[in-house]
Design a protein around this ligand. Sequence first.
Ligand SMILES: Nc1ncnc2c1ncn2[C@@H]1O[C@H](COP(=O)(O)OP(=O)(O)OP(=O)(O)O)[C@@H](O)[C@H]1O
Length: 265
Amino acid sequence: MTSNGNAEKPVFRTEKLDIYYGKFLAVEQVVLEVPQKQVTAFIGPSGCGKSTLLRCFNRLNDLIDGFHIDGKIYYHDIDLYDSSVDAVQVRRRIGMVFQRPNPFPKSIYDNIAYGPRIVGHEGSMDDLVEDSLRRAALWDEVKDKLQENGLSLSGGQQQRLCIARTIAVKPDVVLMDEPCSALDPISTLKVEELIHELKQDYSIIIVTHNMQQATRVADMTAFFNARATETGGKRGYLVEFNRTREIFENPQEQSTQDYVSGRFG
Ligand SMILES: Nc1ncnc2c1ncn2[C@@H]1O[C@H](COP(=O)(O)OP(=O)(O)OP(=O)(O)O)[C@@H](O)[C@H]1O
């Protein structure tokens, strides 16, 4: 797997980013640089816009009526929302793993082969399927039943299948929206180990409500909060972004301290 650009440069950079659903300004003025080949966690109380921001990075919100942004998101040096950028290509380079495992109702093999077939993968599909499943630490558990339905696997295995499916199209970035929240503790640890392995090759952003998970997997952590608006709603904003250890052991803001010590949220 290759990534574009210099490893010193951020994979994403936002400039004064405002995110709207129709007239509702959901998240305001995000200024953030997400490093390459590291794990970045987004934490914060419910409704502060973590998932909204995450979905901006692969233009998944484009599918929502009324969604728009002000400001900029750069992916490497590309203005991600420029009219010349093809959102389908973006989603190929920037994959996503969701909260609930969502394998296709197809065989384990075809779950992996589906994306590469669409993009015209040349070379051995068997090798690609094996390699993707190995990288997702699932090969040994499924190698003798590749033709069985993906939905026959356990929840934790299904989530690793979804991760294998995501990396099979050789993305540059993997976005994860609470990937372990539907999993038991053992499956959660397996996925966390996998995240550690994957950061050798991919830049990863993970939304999590689990503080321990952020400390276990993330190199960098962004803490978001929401403030009340004049109209009684809530508007998210980035409070603090730093190395995970700093956020948890030496935060600069009182609200970060309160959140990471479990005093609110
Ligand atoms: N499709 C949508 N249409 C309109 N408003 C939305 C949509 N999705 C999210 N919102 C609003 O945007 C704000 C941020 O929501 P978001 O789900 O991004 O927060 P979050 O921090 O990820 O929350 P949680 O931790 O509960 O998942 C909320 O006020 C939410 O109601």
